[in-house]
Write a protein of this length. Structure first.
Length: 321
């Protein structure tokens, strides 16, 4: 089946992944991040405060932007901090990004009286669209506002693959989604496996790894939901080769075969212990499934999509609210 257009779930996934990888994001964007930022202090995400400054427009249908306002502490300045504003834009909109970025800047600085570092991450498919400047001039009065922009489509794929920073996998996921916008489900599955392998090559915390896995798994959806299930089963198989759970399942099978030869004795005891371990693993997997459902609910996924992806009933998901 050939898809006409890759379906990307931009908003909730970008919001979530930026929070789960924000320290790596800063290191990715600023090579001198360790010298600039106090990464030992927690980040503060001010999404609700941002929405009070910029309430969503009811008539803004079809325009989808992701805004993250984050308090970041600096080194060498006590309680000194800045606000990093990040805008993820997946289409050109009305060519008003420059103006909106300036409006964000002056309202944030007026409200908080702190420096603002603004970054626009551009995930659109127009290679020539590179907004970075807002300028006004009237009768000798000139205003010029420049901001950082990061164009996903302009990046070099090999550079991203060789970059050990975990956030490089996030960018690579978005990059491959843009350049592979006409692929079959099977081809898309191969791309996701490639991204998974890229993730596993990098050293990162468990929560970061889970966040990046969710991003690469859900950023572009399959036309056939069965292919997604097949993909996750194949990932489980990969994990099974190197995880404790795979070892336990192997030992359980081996013990059962021994039990056929010895109906009583040590083999039977081993079977019971290993069955208990396997049951514990199944319960853990079920708990992780509900944890994933809760996280997806909080990130804005609708209940029907969560049920399709995680094989849950609407009643089970409703109870998680």
């Amino acid at each position: 089946m050939m898809r006409q257009k890759l379906r990307r779930v931009d908003d909730p996934l970008w919001k979530s992944i930026l929070e789960q990888t924000f320290a790596d994001f800063l290191r990715f964007m600023f090579p001198e991040a360790e010298l600039l930022f106090d990464l030992n202090k927690p980040f503060e995400y001010l999404d609700k405060e941002f929405e009070t400054l910029f309430p969503p427009e009811k008539s803004n249908k079809g325009k989808r932007f992701v805004d993250k306002l984050v308090k970041v502490y600096m080194k060498g300045g006590g309680e000194q901090f800045i606000f990093c504003h990040i805008e993820v834009q997946s289409n050109k909109g009305n060519n008003d990004l420059e103006k909106r970025m300036f409006e964000y800047y002056y309202k944030i600085t007026d409200r908080y009286q702190v420096p603002v570092c603004a970054i626009a991450i551009l995930t659109d498919e127009n290679i020539h669209y590179k907004p970075k400047l807002y300028e006004q001039s009237f009768l000798g009065t000139t205003l010029r506002y420049e901001f950082n922009y990061y164009k996903i489509l302009s990046q070099n794929e090999e550079d991203l693959r060789s970059n050990p920073n975990p956030f490089a996998v996030v960018v690579l996921t978005a990059f491959l989604a843009i350049i592979n916008n006409n692929v079959t489900d099977e081809e898309l599955k191969d791309i996701k496996h490639d991204l998974y392998d890229q993730m596993m090559k990098r050293d990162m915390e468990k929560t970061t790894r889970q966040g990046i896995y969710d991003f690469l798994a859900y950023y572009v959806s399959f036309e056939d939901k069965e292919i997604f299930i097949k993909f996750e089963q194949e990932i489980d198989t990969k994990l099974g080769r190197s995880t404790t759970m795979g070892t336990r399942e192997y030992l359980l099978d081996k013990a059962k075969r021994e039990g056929q030869e010895q109906e009583r004795g040590l083999a039977a005891v081993r079977i019971k212990k290993l069955e208990a371990l396997a049951e514990a693993e199944r319960e853990k997997a079920e708990m992780e499934k509900f944890e994933s459902a809760t996280k997806m609910l909080n990130s804005g996924f609708d209940i029907a999509m969560i049920c399709d992806i995680l094989s849950l009933t609407p009643e089970q998901v409703e109870k998680l609210k």
